[in-house]
Design a protein around this ligand. Sequence first.
Ligand code: GLN
Length: 291
Amino acid sequence: MPDSTDDQTVSWRALLAETTQLIGDSAHARWLCEVASSSPSGDEFMAEIEQSATIRMVAHLEAMVARYRAGEPLQYVLGEWTFRRIELAIDQRVLIPRPETEVVAGVAIEKAAAVGPTRTVADLGTGSGAIGLALADELPRDGTTVWITDASVDALNVARANLAGLGPAARNVRVAHGSWLDALPVDQQFDVIVSNPPYVAIGSPDVESSVTDWEPAHALFAGRDGLDDLRLIGAAAIDRLHDGGWLVLEIGADQGNALRELMAAVGYDEIEIRPDLAGLDRVALGRRPPG
Ligand code: GLN
């Protein structure tokens, strides 16, 4: 890193080259420089790459590079990440939004968009707000109500910050604190209930150390088989769905059969297990039978 105190004319091109060399990943270096330079987009960063960085920007970049080199995931270091069409502020209070969860949100949007003229949906354990805020963003502005819940006050604070950045769709969103269905008003029924709960078995060897070292354990682990919260939500959600309403759950790649069985036992019909973009089982959905 150039010495920022006596060289105030270092260009972003030079900083990008040095950052790439330091961290050995040109794509990640580019993200770090874009955020440090407060560029609203990659194109704008490139347009201004010959301009010099301010001392404050260099200090920000240096701090981010130090965190990255200590092993902190890129997304937390950047403090923001894109989920479908929205930009989310994130930090260690919440899980990093994952591409497979974009697929889960897409299924919930598909089911909720088919309901009209009004639709009420809930995202349980919203974390950063990713699924729920994407629903609010992509469903019709008229007639949509999205509840986002979390048992973690820390997570809800992150979600509220992201709600504040959502724009006009924010007026369709309600925030509630509490565990799974308990967070929701007792007299409210839903057309779609969606959740990405913790579903990893405690002690699972499949989770990378960057995940266990940095991400909130309470958002990842759910009992010996990873099914504790999926079971709870599956059992409780059916009574909170309108007739014909859908439950949409993110699941682990090896949990498809278990979800089929437990959702059938609770009384859902039209049960489906759908894959993520990697072709792994990732979404379980089922309908409260009509009438
Ligand atoms: N997909 C995440 C992982 O394996 C787990 C997310 C979750 O438990 N909801 O790292």
